[in-house]
Design a protein. Structure first.
Ligand SMILES: Cc1cc2nc3c(=O)[nH]c(=O)nc-3n(C[C@H](O)[C@H](O)[C@H](O)COP(=O)(O)O)c2cc1C
Length: 198
């Protein structure tokens, strides 16, 4: 293949990537000619993501006096100084408008015996905060769930539209550990536990 043909292939790859909405990825630094960026097979994409084990949190807030919350595996640490954490929320989430309106939110890091709680906070047909859910208002009002491994109380720091999700970054105002060493994990569509190497 000639150098000219190579260049043409790269350029058309970039054009495809931009059309697919991948233009935000610095196309100049990525050889998108060799892959069809943004056009990955949806099932294959989901299967690859399912292989990635993730910790499970429930993000809670108090909005207009009403407790709201949702289960998320997209939680991540972002920065130590300032102390920042993040999660992604689906644009279609009915919880998001209340979360956005709240002055702060709490991240409840679930323990391995809280799979039912995680499932409950992903369901639409229940009052997520009714029995058997046990919670108390945190220092600023956001619900803190009982028996979690840890909680973080966060102030809104930044949000950004990213694809079909919204990136939410929080500035951590309080971090408390309650039961380290027994996290709830999510892998291949199932909840499970972490087993450390001997
Ligand atoms: C294990 C698991 C992880 C999830 N992670 C996320 C996530 O990171 N972001 C998100 O927006 N939804 C996530 N969801 C889905 C939401 O919990 C659920 O769709 C949402 O609560 C729907 O309710 P809503 O419309 O009231 O927000 C997850 C669900 C489960 C079961």
């Amino acid at each position: 293949m000639t150098a000219t043909a190579d260049a043409g292939q790269v350029n058309s790859g970039r054009a495809r990537a931009r059309r697919a909405g991948a233009g935000r990825a610095k196309a100049g630094r990525v050889d998108t000619g060799r892959v069809d960026a943004g056009r990955v097979d949806a099932d294959g994409f989901r299967r690859a993501l399912a292989v990635h084990a993730a910790g499970v949190v429930i993000v809670t807030a108090q909005s207009g006096g009403i407790p709201v919350g949702l289960t998320a595996t997209s939680f991540s640490s972002v920065s130590l100084e300032p102390p920042l954490v993040s999660f992604y929320v689906d644009r279609s989430s009915t919880t998001w408008p209340s979360l956005r309106a709240a002055g702060h939110f709490a991240v409840n890091v679930l323990a391995c015996d809280q799979a039912d709680l995680a499932a409950r906070f992903a369901r639409k047909d229940v009052d997520r905060f009714a029995e058997p859910t046990r919670w108390r208002p945190g220092p600023l009002g956001a619900p803190l769930l009982q028996d979690v491994s840890a909680h973080l109380v966060c102030l809104p720091y930044e949000t950004a539209d990213v694809g079909d999700h919204i990136l939410v970054v929080g500035l951590v105002a309080e971090a408390r550990v309650h039961g380290p060493g027994r996290p709830l994990l999510y892998h291949q569509g199932r909840f499970g536990r972490f087993i450390a190497h001997p």
